[in-house]
Design a protein around this ligand. Structure first.
Ligand SMILES: *[C@@H]1O[C@H](CO)[C@@H](O)[C@H](O)[C@H]1NC(C)=O
Ligand SMILES: *[C@@H]1O[C@H](CO)[C@@H](O)[C@H](O)[C@H]1NC(C)=O
Ligand SMILES: CC(=O)N[C@H]1CO[C@H](CO)[C@@H](O)[C@@H]1O
Length: 396
């Protein structure tokens, strides 16, 4: 009996060990950052970085670079309000939400002091900005914005209890024409039962797009909180004419996805397991997995530069990031910027750490990094960060 118990004990310990090796260790390392060695920003002399502190450029969750017009679009808000109202991560105090979210456009070839010339776009309606992407064209730029509106009583327009019904998230298409205009004109608002926890859009042109539902269909409650572990995140596809449907599921916190204009592939980063799933669109716009890129970091939003390289913002230590989210004006948590590209010989992918800031000395709590391949600059912003950062390349 004792022998059996002993054996059982040994196999339990072995099982626990195997679990630890194969699952928990990865989980703790990737998500929590246990055992990860972080480098200070001074280890990266190829870049000279500076903060841009400007009350207008705060809590800019997402950015998109219009290559043809050399304009950087930022979706900005207020850091303290983000801690109250952020439905994608379970913050539902609608009365604490910011009422002056705005899209800012920076002309990145027009430096001004330590910053750049920018303008604040006028836009009608009640906007609560998170994800943003655009489609370049000489006639005008189409922007797709995730609008995290609170739910209201349709007859009175009064706020309802959003902790009970969840937010009413929509995807808004605006046009900026000509591309240097100062006003966004609304074109179409996508409100659909499949658009539940939208994170970002990957546009297929003006009239169709893929989008990630970071918590799948679960706006609220235990299923919302467990979604990143259980993998109930989804990717959906919408067209102006036919509405939306789900085309991929089983994802662990699918975040800021992108579309590769060169081959049409869709890259979906999963914040909860550090992978990027590469999908090929099928003729009916369903998605087929062609590759899974593994990185050792919980990834955030992706962007792609004009060379085709993918840039990813990562949070190397979860605990400081979470506490910073509750105190956005306090200490800045560490951030890491990764560049991911195909190996030259075509065998898989290489993932290179381009920047890391262990002390949070100059980088924001970065949720999006944009690389301007023309100048080598990297722009970084964070969903609750009170500043943005630009890094200039010092070597070539
Ligand atoms: C919600 O936000 C309002 C406005 O900022 C604040 O006064 C209130 O205390 C917040 N409620 C909760 C439950 O945190
Ligand atoms: C949700 O938003 C849509 C589009 O703006 C609107 O038509 C609908 O009434 C809203 N529903 C609620 C419950 O707020
Ligand atoms: C488009 C976008 O910015 N998406 C996500 C970026 O990262 C933050 C933090 O994980 C998410 O909350 C955003 O929704």
């Amino acid at each position: 009996m004792a022998g059996l118990l002993f054996k059982l004990g040994v196999s339990l310990i072995l099982a626990a060990g195997v679990l630890y090796q194969t699952f928990l260790k990865d989980f703790l390392f990737i998500n929590v950052g246990v055992g990860r060695h972080l480098q200070p920003i001074s280890d990266f002399p190829a870049y000279q970085c500076r903060r841009i502190e400007d009350p207008v450029l705060q809590a800019c969750e997402d950015m998109w670079l219009s290559e043809s017009t050399r304009q950087l679009f930022l979706a900005c808000s207020d850091p303290l309000s983000r801690t109250q109202w952020m439905p994608n991560i379970g913050r539902f105090n609608a009365s604490g939400r910011a009422l002056d979210d705005a899209v800012i456009v920076m002309s990145i070839d027009s430096p001004q002091h330590s910053s750049y010339l920018y303008r604040i776009l006028d836009a009608p309606g009640d906007l609560h900005l998170t994800g943003l992407t655009g489609v370049d064209s000489p006639q005008g730029i189409n922007l797709f914005l995730i609008n995290a509106k609170p739910s209201v009583d349709p007859s009175t327009g009064e706020l309802v209890d959003n902790t009970v019904v969840g937010a009413n998230q929509t995807i808004e298409r605006f046009v900026l024409a000509p591309p240097h205009a100062s006003e966004l004109k609304p074109v179409q608002s996508f409100s659909h039962e499949r658009i539940r926890t939208p994170n970002r859009v990957a546009a297929m042109g003006k009239n169709a797009f893929y989008f990630s539902n970071d918590h799948g269909a679960h706006k609220l409650g235990l299923q919302h909180h467990l979604s990143p572990l259980l993998g109930t995140g989804e990717v959906g596809y919408c067209t102006s004419a036919k509405g939306c449907r789900t085309v991929a599921s089983g994802l662990k916190f699918p975040n800021g996805l992108i579309r590769d204009p060169r081959n049409g592939y869709i890259y979906v980063p999963s914040s909860a397991d550090g992978t990027i799933t590469v999908f090929r669109p099928l003729p009916d716009y369903g998605l087929e997995v062609v590759d899974v890129i593994k990185t050792p970091y919980p990834l955030d939003n992706l962007s792609q530069d004009s060379n085709g390289d993918i840039w990813a913002a990562a949070f190397p230590k979860m605990m400081p990031t979470l506490s910073a989210f509750n105190n956005p004006l306090g200490p800045t948590p560490p951030s890491t910027i990764l560049r991911i590209r195909r190996k030259v010989d075509g065998s898989g992918w290489e993932c290179e750490k381009v920047l890391e800031d262990a002390e949070g000395a100059v980088l924001p709590a970065t949720t999006t990094a944009i690389h301007d391949a023309k100048t080598g600059r990297i722009f970084m912003s964070g969903i609750f960060s009170p500043f943005i950062t630009v890094c200039e390349k010092t070597t070539t």
